[in-house]
Design a binder for this molecule. Structure first.
Ligand code: PEP
Ligand code: MN
Length: 332
């Protein structure tokens, strides 16, 4: 159950009630919020004088549930807004990994020329092999900060484990939690304590229930700015890297109040399919798109097969702007 206490209730009382109901206590504006296990369906009469409003829940998808907040969360970084009633599809694009200043600067220039405000690039890469490129680490974060300064772009980069979480929080505008880190409770809990948007990717073997419950770790910590990202799940199919779960995305849109970003690049795993999936995603009405683009994909140090070159990406931007108009949305 989600409980809003009256704004006259002091923290000590909120904490006592929290203990009584095994609830997580956080503060929103000028009142305390309690989230109890969903099994609690009614409150004892003695507690009612403390309570402003309460929402019984049917599962531990609670703060992210439309049963609690029917309005889509509006999340902002820089001058970019996502969710709420904006009707935007925000394009976030960039290479899988930052590899050099020349590489990231050429992508930054491309994004600027296409009026895209947010650059993605990984510095700490969650690779499946220890023998492959692991990312530039702190050096990469510093280059991203320089790109932001010179080009006025906002930055999203991923945290892979808790050893570098503070650096990522310090340097980035949006924190990306990758598919493999989605279950890392130290990352999730730390992201609950901060006030920056978090893009949480769905693990490729994760049910929707588990995925949104991971988001609850962040939301219940007091950070209300969580964006959910579908990036493909593992199925019996091996011809494509993953299977793009648009059914799952439709479910997230219907039942959760978090903006949904779709990532066709990691789902498909091959550049040839990414434009078509991106077009479908815009028609679908996603709040955002995450696309990998690289000046020379053939020599990319990670995810080489799936990154778009500049020409394909530029054409795709033209196509999706037209599709967005047709479905009453706008690409920003
Ligand atoms: C990425 O965005 O480059 C990435 C590693 O994604 P995922 O966590 O979805 O595999
Ligand atoms: Mn990648």
């Amino acid at each position: 159950m989600v409980i809003h206490l009256k704004n006259t209730i002091a923290e000590t009382t909120a904490q006592q009630l929290g203990q009584q109901f095994q609830a997580i206590v956080s503060k929103e504006a000028d009142y305390f919020v309690l989230v109890t296990p969903f099994a609690l369906k009614t409150l004892p009469d003695a507690v009612l004088p403390f309570v402003q409003a309460a929402w019984p829940m049917d599962s531990d998808i609670q703060l992210a549930s439309k049963n609690y907040k029917t309005e889509l969360r509006k999340i902002r970084w820089g001058n970019t807004e996502i969710g709420g009633n904006t009707n935007h599809t925000v394009v976030i694009a960039g290479p899988c990994s930052i590899e050099s200043w020349e590489q990231i600067e050429s992508v930054a220039k491309l994004l600027k020329s296409l009026n895209i405000s947010t650059l993605r690039a990984g510095c700490y890469k969650p690779r499946t092999s220890p023998y492959t490129f692991q990312g530039l680490g702190l050096e990469g974060l510093k280059m991203l900060a320089e790109v932001r300064r010179q080009y006025g772009l906002n930055i999203i980069t991923e945290v892979k484990d808790s050893s570098h979480i503070e650096e990522v929080i310090e340097y980035t505008d949006i924190i990306q939690i990758g598919a493999k880190a989605m279950y890392d409770h130290s990352i999730l809990r730390r992201c609950g304590e901060i006030r920056k948007p978090v893009l949480l990717k769905r693990g490729f073997g994760t049910t929707l229930q588990e995925f949104v419950q991971s988001a609850e770790f962040i939301l219940s910590g007091g950070n209300s700015e969580v964006i959910l990202c579908e990036r493909g799940i593992r199925t019996f199919e091996t011809k494509t890297r993953f299977t793009f779960d648009l059914c799952g995305a439709a479910w997230l849109k219907q039942y959760t109040n978090c903006p949904v970003i779709l990532d066709p690049s990691h789902a498909m795993g091959y550049a040839y399919g990414v434009p078509d999936l991106a077009k479908a995603s815009v028609a679908f009405g996603c709040d955002g798109l995450l696309i990998e683009v690289h000046p020379n994909p053939k020599v990319a140090k990670s995810d080489a097969a799936q990154q778009l070159d500049f020409e394909v990406f530029t054409n795709l931007m033209g196509d999706i702007r037209n599709i967005a108009v047709a479905v009453g949305r706008e690409i920003i």
